[in-house]
Design a protein around this ligand. Structure first.
Ligand code: C5P
Length: 313
């Protein structure tokens, strides 16, 4: 572990990435209220930082332009992560967590999950627990479906409800643009809308109605090869119709990015952030500029993938 010279003594800071789902195939609604997934996660270069500092009692603060949108009480997933880790080790969760927020809030980029993974790793190091990686991953899975991937980063296939990870090889750098929407979407609402649309189409929405989702081999090959054109052709998100149904204006955002020259456009996870795969860094910069000027989103950010997982800085 290395600590930056600027950090006060007794503080551990962890940087943790956002994600995009390059494949999100949603199975039927399970009796436990979750959906079986074939979920190909790719970590991208937008980050939150979570700092853990010793304190007399649990405390949480958040900074960044959208800090007001983040719950700053014990319901925050980062605070829950600290309590879970402390409880497993029979210690008090007395820590001041500070989240420096840059990942869109409720944006479909796993920002809350990132903060949970960051808090777990930061507290683990602060408290000198040095929990083995596999155990940290299991704790992440208890906190939420996307949290294990936030710890792991890179690229991975998520099965089960998304928490059972198989790391994937990525053979190059991909250039992405993310169009950040005004306001968020609730993940449970988007899954519910997906079920409702399936029922309305007459296909049914339960595990017996919907085929078991599977990873797309062409998409995995495109990732392995670092081939942006092939990846663009294979991008797929089963939650996109539901996100568009709840937020029809996203169609305009997707169209604006395509017109700006992106290879492909899709909703990121449960949305409302829209993701655009581009050919190279120049094209990403141009697409971000055009999208921001289009008025179809709040702002657009260019970045690269894959990004490393939660990292002590
Ligand atoms: O696991 P997480 O807390 O992120 O899930 C939030 C909600 O998203 C769940 O309560 C459920 O409504 C929905 N979800 C789902 N199937 C998944 C993952 C999440 O239905 N595989």
């Amino acid at each position: 572990m290395t600590q930056s010279a600027a950090a006060p003594a007794g503080t551990v800071t962890v940087r943790v990435p956002a994600k995009v789902n390059v494949q999100l195939s949603v199975g039927g609604l399970r009796p436990d209220g979750f959906h079986g997934l074939a979920n190909v996660f790719l970590a991208v270069g937008l980050h939150d930082s979570v700092s853990a500092t010793r304190a007399d009692s649990p405390r949480l603060t958040v900074s960044g332009p959208d800090a007001a949108l983040v719950p700053q009480d014990r319901t925050n997933l980062a605070a829950r992560a600290a309590r879970l880790l402390a409880q497993r080790h029979g210690i008090e969760p007395d820590v001041h967590l500070h989240i420096a927020k840059d990942i869109p809030v409720a944006g479909g980029m796993a920002g809350g999950s990132a903060d949970a993974a960051g808090a777990l790793l930061a507290c683990d190091r602060l408290w000198g627990l040095n929990t083995p990686y596999e155990e940290l991953l299991a704790l992440c899975g208890e906190l939420g479906s996307d949290v294990p991937f936030s710890l792991a980063g890179g690229a991975a296939l998520g099965q089960g409800r998304g928490e059972v990870l198989t790391p994937l090889e990525v053979g190059g750098t991909f250039h992405w643009v993310f169009a950040v929407a005004e306001g968020g979407l609730s993940t449970p609402d988007v899954y519910r809308e997906c079920d409702r649309l399936r029922e309305a189409e007459g296909t049914g929405s339960s595990v017996t109605d919907v085929p078991e989702p599977a990873a797309d081999e062409a998409l995995l090959a495109a990732l392995r090869a670092g081939d942006a054109q092939a990846l663009a052709a294979a991008l797929h998100n089963d939650l996109q119709p539901a996100a568009l149904s709840l937020r029809p204006s996203l169609r305009e955002t997707l169209a604006a990015g395509r017109e700006a020259g992106a290879l492909a456009a899709l909703v990121s996870g449960s949305g409302p952030t829209c993701a655009f795969l581009t050919a190279d860094a120049d094209s990403a910069a141009r697409t971000a500029h055009t999208l921001t000027a289009s008025g179809t989103c709040r702002t657009a950010r260019a970045t690269t993938a894959p990004a490393p997982g939660a990292t002590v800085v």
